[in-house]
Design a protein around this ligand. Structure first.
Ligand code: URA
Length: 239
């Protein structure tokens, strides 16, 4: 089991040959067409001079401002979301509210959740538009640790913890890697679980194989990204 570094610094590097409209739109200041309109109306300056040319190629040394505000170029965006219960980990759904619906419309473009939490689970979800990063975080070869707080209907035992550590085989025959079950000294129905895989309903099925039921599940970390305890359910913050 190991962690993962959050963002490679060169992922955030500026692209030399980016058009002005794309450069500003990528900073999430508006859609490409809105940005073109800002440029046309003279709301955009490059190095202090109004620039009406959407196709102007931004140089690394250029200072671009929109309505007097300096634009900070972002190739990708990364958010930490505290997922509430009742919301699905998807980009769109014909019926259910999705984690992306928790973001304002102007931020949603290209965003998707990294990995999944069940509809009734809460806690840390990374939301990004960076597919490569998402792959690194979720690919089985990445072995990224995920930590969860759980509550169960019946007390957990040291025997259950031993089963977790030896590697549980689920009812359908899936053999899981060694995992950690750390039972709360104050309450045997509460525990912290650490797994390095991400199989469907994995923790619920692991606990079921011990003859108990998960009644609350909250993800508190993925690799070295730890859920900010000040983030209320439904809130997000940029990483
Ligand atoms: N394991 C589960 O069973 N559910 C989740 O949401 C996450 C891990």
């Amino acid at each position: 089991m190991k962690g993962i570094s959050v963002i490679k610094s060169d992922d955030k590097g500026i692209s030399k040959n980016l058009r002005l409209d794309k450069y500003i739109a990528n900073s999430r200041a508006g859609s490409r067409s809105e940005v073109k309109e800002y440029i046309r109306k003279g709301c955009v300056t490059v190095n202090g001079e109004v620039c009406h040319d959407s196709s102007y190629h931004v140089k690394e040394t250029d200072e671009v401002c929109l309505k007097g505000q300096k634009i900070v170029y972002k190739k990708h965006v990364y958010y930490m979301l505290n997922k509430p219960s009742g919301v699905v980990s998807a980009t769109e759904d014909p019926v259910e509210r999705t984690v992306i619906d928790l973001f304002p419309a102007e931020l949603r473009k290209g965003l998707f959740p990294v990995g999944r939490l069940d509809k009734d689970s809460v806690g840390l979800i990374i939301v990004t538009d960076d597919g490569e990063y998402a792959h690194r975080l979720t690919s089985p070869s990445g072995h990224v640790d995920k930590r969860y707080l759980i509550r169960t209907d019946l007390p957990l035992s040291e025997e259950d913890a031993k089963k977790f550590s030896e590697g549980i085989t689920l009812a359908d025959g899936t053999a899981l890697k060694s995992a950690k079950l750390e039972i709360s000294p104050d309450d045997p129905c509460r525990a912290e679980v650490t797994i390095s895989e991400g199989k469907y309903h994995q923790i619920k099925r692991m606990i079921a194989s011990c003859g108990k039921k998960v009644i609350y599940l909250k993800r508190i970390s993925m690799g070295d990204i730890v859920l900010d305890p000040d983030l209320e359910e439904g809130q997000y913050k940029e990483l």
